[in-house]
Write a protein that binds this ligand. Structure first.
Ligand SMILES: Nc1nc2c(ncn2[C@@H]2O[C@H](COP(=O)(O)OP(=O)(O)OP(=O)(O)O)[C@@H](O)[C@H]2O)c(=O)[nH]1
Ligand SMILES: [Mg+2]
Length: 295
C-alpha cells in the first residue's frame, strides 16, 4: 500500500498579496473571504485538499504586520504561532508591486526557521512576461527557497504546478480531516464572514477595518427549505453607522442581498437574512468583544 502523506502549509505574506484568493482557487470553494483592502483575514482558516493518498491542509492567516491595537496584536500572534506549527510555508509576494522592506523582513524571519519554504509571486496576470521573470529572480534572491513559482490566484495560471510542489513536500502523516471536509470553519462563521466581505467591499477608507459581524440567530424553518438568519454588523463609531446603512438603507440592503446569494450557495437552501448595524465603541481594543467574536 502507498503511504498516506499529509501536512499543514501556512500561507505567509504581507496583507493583500492574495493568500485567501489562492486558498479558494486551490479548493475551488470560498472558505476565506477576500477584498481589495488590506487586513481582510483576521483568523486562521484551514482549507483542506484531500486526494487518494494525500491531504494538504492550507492555513490561511492574516497578513504579516506591525500590531497597532488589541485586534492586530492577536492577529500577528496567530501568525507567529502558526509558523511554529506547520510542515512547510508558502511565502507569497505581490508581483504587481516591487519587493519591499516588509517582504524582506518576512523572508529573513522564514529563513531563520527550519521549515521548508516555497515562494509564489502572485498576480502574474498583471505583468508582462519580462516583468514576471524579473520578479521571480528577485523573489529567488530573497532567501534559499525550496522552489519559486509565478502564479495568478485570480485566474489560475501556475497554480497546478505550485500545488504539485506542495504535495511533493508533504511528509508521511494521517488524514487530519475526514474525506469530504474542505474547511475547519463552522457554517455560522462562514456566514458571518460572507456578510463582512460584502460590507468591506461596499464601504471605503477606515470603515472596512472597523467592521465586525456576529450571527445572532440561525434557525432552519421546520419542514421548509429555508433558514432564518439574523446578524449584527458592528462599527466602532456613531458616524460609521449611517455609512453602513446608506441613504434610505440602500447600502445595507445591497450588503444583505449580495451576502445572501453566497450564503444560499453555501447552505444549499433559501435564506431569509436580516441585518442590523450596531455601534460597539473601540471594539478592536476590547478583549472581551474580541473573545466574543472568536478573534
Ligand atoms: N489581478 C490579480 N488580483 C489578485 C490576484 N490574487 C488576488 N488578487 C486580488 O488581490 C486582493 C487581495 O486578495 P486577498 O486574497 O484578499 O489577499 P490576502 O493576502 O488574503 O489579504 P489579507 O487577508 O488582508 O492578508 C483582492 O482584490 C484580490 O482579488 C491575482 O492573481 N491577480
Ligand atoms: Mg486574506
Amino acid at each position: 500500500m502507498t503511504e498516506f502523506r499529509s501536512g499543514f502549509v501556512a500561507l505567509v505574506g504581507r496583507p493583500n498579496v492574495g493568500k485567501s484568493t489562492l486558498v479558494n482557487r486551490i479548493l475551488g470553494r470560498k472558505v476565506s473571504i477576500t477584498s481589495s483592502k488590506p487586513q481582510t483575514t483576521r483568523h486562521r482558516i484551514a482549507g483542506v485538499l484531500t486526494g487518494p493518498s494525500t491531504q494538504l491542509v492550507l492555513l490561511d492567516i492574516p497578513g504579516f504586520q506591525k500590531p497597532r491595537d488589541a485586534l492586530t496584536s492577536r492577529m500577528q500572534r496567530l501568525v507567529n504561532e502558526t509558523l511554529t506549527e506547520v510542515d512547510s510555508v508558502l511565502f507569497m509576494l505581490n508581483g504587481a508591486e516591487t519587493v519591499g522592506g516588509g517582504d524582506r523582513f518576512i523572508a529573513r524571519a522564514l529563513s531563520e526557521a527550519r521549515t521548508p519554504v516555497v515562494v509564489a509571486v502572485n498576480k502574474v496576470d498583471l505583468l508582462s512576461p519580462e516583468q514576471a521573470q524579473a520578479r521571480l529572480e528577485t523573489a529567488r534572491s530573497l532567501a534559499d527557497f525550496h522552489g519559486a513559482h509565478l502564479v495568478s490566484a485570480l485566474e489560475g495560471a501556475g497554480v497546478d504546478g505550485l500545488v504539485a510542489e506542495l504535495l511533493a513536500l508533504l511528509p508521511e502523516g494521517p488524514e487530519y480531516f475526514p474525506a469530504g471536509v474542505v474547511t475547519d470553519q463552522p457554517e455560522i462563521r462562514l456566514v458571518a464572514e460572507f456578510i463582512r466581505e460584502k460590507a468591506i467591499a461596499l464601504t471605503e477608507q477606515e470603515v472596512p477595518h472597523a467592521l465586525a459581524v456576529e450571527v445572532l440567530e440561525f434557525e432552519p424553518r421546520i419542514g421548509r427549505e429555508l433558514v432564518d438568519i439574523r446578524a449584527a454588523i458592528y462599527v466602532e463609531r456613531d458616524s460609521q453607522k449611517p455609512i453602513v446603512l446608506g441613504e434610505d438603507g440602500a447600502r445595507i440592503k445591497r450588503i444583505g442581498s449580495e451576502a445572501r446569494r453566497d450564503i444560499e450557495r453555501l447552505l444549499g437552501t433559501r435564506v431569509f437574512l436580516e441585518l442590523v448595524v450596531k455601534v460597539r465603541r473601540h471594539w478592536r481594543e476590547n478583549t472581551r468583544m474580541l473573545d466574543t467574536l472568536g478573534l
